[in-house]
Design a protein around this ligand. Structure first.
Ligand SMILES: O=C(O)CCC(=O)C(=O)O
Ligand SMILES: [Fe+2]
Length: 338
């Protein structure tokens, strides 16, 4: 399910040099000119990095990859922000690490964001936030974050979710799991491929969690509201019957009232996933790439400290084809899906 490579000392220096060079030329990791150039710069990444990401992209082996070994200077990155809204301006050491995240990611596809999440930012902060402890959100803590497909509700969800660890003092694990369709009966398999399931947006896409750009992104909030009130019926499995893709988020999902076979099928898939979850405790400098069509992910519970030393991840969404969402993007923000 998961492979891991660690940068050699030489490769670590090479990656750091590219990130520093880019930081000298572009003001931020989400700067449009940097994003435009990132695939080109990434051609100069060490061969081991390019080979590992090409392997994931080929889609014929393990569906998650950890690239470890980036240097994270704990002092220089500053305190863990208390929410995704904080942490600006980005300290130079964090800017360079965000560059690494974008450069790695651009070897897989196009980095993009959501108008309705973290105010349309492309590089997200995943940090525990006061008041969210028991929420099914990246900013939760005491409650386990139930495994899910990222943006399972959305037709243009990421092909890959990429998480970079800056800090994780208690070794809290990200969970990763896949699904083996052979556990289903023929009838259940047919049911899973039929549009009998409804997936709602998670709370991070609600306007209340995104106050600042509410007007600019009105269309996006209206659409998510609509998806929340009247979710389309979708299948839970799609693609090749013998090797299906998965869209599932049990915490935000149901079946039509009275559709017992669909309920049973969903439960069966859920049990199988649950039984095969793997803990991936990220260390500072680890970047995990998760194939969001094949694997689900979540997080073990933990106790937040709220003292600037908390667990801190950076997250980007990557699509293999930004064009497919063109009808749902803002004209002046080509990488933001509304
Ligand atoms: O905190 C984690 O390890 C995962 C959180 C998560 O699900 C996400 O950021 O999409
Ligand atoms: Fe997630």
């Amino acid at each position: 399910m998961l492979t891991r490579i660690d940068l050699t000392a030489e490769d670590r220096d090479a990656v750091a040099a590219l990130c520093a060079e880019a930081a000298g030329e572009h003001p931020a990791a989400d700067d449009p000119a940097f994003l435009r150039e990132a695939p080109l710069i990434a051609h100069r990444m060490p061969r081991a990095v390019r080979a590992a990401l090409a392997g994931l992209h080929a889609d014929d082996g393990p569906s998650a990859l950890v690239i470890g070994g980036l240097d994270v200077p704990d002092e220089a990155i500053g305190p863990t922000p208390s929410s995704w809204r904080e942490g600006r301006p980005v300290p130079p050491a964090v800017h360079r690490l965000e560059n690494a995240l974008v450069l790695y990611s651009s070897l897989l596809g196009d980095v993009f964001g959501w108008a309705t999440q973290q105010d349309g930012r492309l590089v997200h902060d995943v940090v525990p936030t006061r008041g969210h402890e028991d929420e099914q959100l990246g900013s939760g803590s005491t409650a386990p974050l139930m495994w899910h497909t990222e943006e399972a509700f959305h037709p243009y969800r990421a092909d890959y979710v990429v998480l970079m660890c800056l800090r994780n003092p208690d070794g809290v694990a990200t969970t990763v799991g896949g699904f083996d369709p052979s556990v289903l009966t023929e009838e259940e398999r047919r049911c899973a491929f039929e549009p009998r399931f409804r997936i709602r947006p998670d709370k991070s896409h609600l306007q209340a969690y995104n106050a600042e750009n509410a007007d600019r992104h009105r269309e996006g909030f209206d659409r998510t509201e609509q998806m929340n009130e009247e979710p389309d019926a979708v299948p839970v499995l799609f693609g090749a019957p013998h090797d299906p893709f998965l869209q599932i988020d049990p915490a935000y999902m149901d079946t039509a009232p009275g559709d017992e076979p669909a309920r049973r099928t969903l439960d069966r898939i859920g049990e199988a996933i649950e039984g095969g979850l793997t803990d991936v405790p990220l260390r500072p400098g680890d970047v995990v790439f998760i194939d969001n069509f094949r694997l689900v992910h979540g997080r073990q519970p933990f106790k937040a400290r709220y003292d600037g030393t908390d667990r801190w991840l950076k997250r980007v969404n990557v699509t293999r084809d930004l064009r497919k969402s063109s009808a749902m993007r803002l004209p002046d923000a080509v990488r933001v899906v509304v």
